[in-house]
Design a protein around this ligand. Sequence first.
Ligand code: ZN
Length: 342
Amino acid sequence: MKAVRYHEYGSADVLRYEEVERPEPGPGEVRVRMAACGVNHFDVDLRAGISRWPLPLPHQLGVEFAGEVDAVGPGVEHLAVGDRVWPQHEVECGQCRHCRAGRPNLCDDAKMFSVQYLGGYAEYVVAPAHATHKLPDGLSYEAAAAGQVVFTTAWHMLINRGRLEPGQTVVVQAAGSGIGHAAVQIAALAGAHVIATAGAGHKLDRARELGADETINYNEESITERVLDMTDGEGADLFIEHVGGDLFMDSLKALRKDGALVTCGGHAGETPPIDIIELFRNEYRVIGSRIGTPAEMQLTMRLMGEGKLTPAIHAAIPLAEAPEAHRIIERREQTGKVVLVP
Ligand SMILES: [Zn+2]
């Protein structure tokens, strides 16, 4: 079969489209004929060798993918050849203290595609059957491969960590990003009053189409002033923040007393020091958030199947042209997910 692998760290040019042995499913495993695989910035970092994960080389990337079951290993009963499926991008151990406590996304021994498992950049991929689920009818492979990570991450931030309730005001920072795009849709679905921020007019127009009630262009207006203005000086109940830097601080300044800021990690330079006294005085909750739980992955996939959540797809690119897919992401050209197709 054909797969894209890299034998050394480096630029997008190290990705090689090559002939490799087709994997066989072992006990409790299925083999999936890949139909679409999302490309994440995480892949680019792994390939460049700047992630914290030491990986044996050669390596095969691909966190989230979907396809058709092509072979079934011994002991698998709930899946059959021909089923349209999506494997969970991260698989919990089911036995550690966090798994037992119902917090599987904090699993001490989780395994992830693109890291511990060979990922979806291949014609065939083996996956654990218990963490592989049937695709909802009517949901395309491309949509499943594009939406799994962003929607489960955004759902976990808003609903699980942020405890968003109908009628609350939530500010989604950087709404033009993948997470932001997903968060606006989920917040609107949850019945919140949604304020979206972005640095360009067309991104704000798109956020309104997805359900944002109000928008702020942070290159032209002060987020703090505008949010306070929109909330009669009270501040917002919840901020969804994943960029860091100034956006993080601006969020805190426009947070209601006892409000929450949920972040899944910032990438835009250094976060300025927080005024910790102010933080305590207002009983702000600054909350970290990881990926979603398996239950949240299944729920958001079902909502995608019902047409209530729609992932943005920038382009579907043949597997053989994976280097170009990485270059698109490195140049930050994409306006949605780049997916690889066989
Ligand atoms: Zn575990």
